[in-house]
Write a protein that binds this ligand. Sequence first.
Ligand code: DAT
Ligand code: MG
Length: 134
Amino acid sequence: MPVQRTFVMVKPDGVRRRLSGEVIRRIEAKGYEVDQMKLFTIDEDLATRHYAEHTDKPFFSELVLFITSGPVVAMAIRGPEAVLGCRQIMGATNPLEAAPGSIRGDFATEIGENIVHGSDSPESAERELGLFFG
Ligand code: DAT
Ligand code: MG
């Protein structure tokens, strides 16, 4: 299985709820490595670029307000199939559809406050890692 690097972020709700350690624990327990990590507050420009694919969605302005509302823990995660593996650990986008045992399934109820972000493909991972760690 190919070793990949992916971008994972504990969102402001996760940091506020003191779940950063839980997210990192689950990623490390799976067997992945934290390659780079930083705590900081995203500005509007970075938020807009990170969520560029969602610019035209009705929830976009709410999404930018939320993701800039407090510090995030941004990480580069490395390991076999890390892109898909981290998405599995996170669970489905809507926490009500996320399987029990996943982060979103265990800790969230609302799609707008779903604790964690993970790149959805190797191409997204490269783009997002460049934005946050380039
Ligand atoms: P994911 O974060 O699982 O990759 P996405 O890329 O489709 O999901 O959406 C990015 C974020 O936008 C998602 O984590 C939460 C928010 N979001 C998505 N769909 C939404 C909706 N219908 N209403 C409100 N927020 C939404
Ligand atoms: Mg996405």
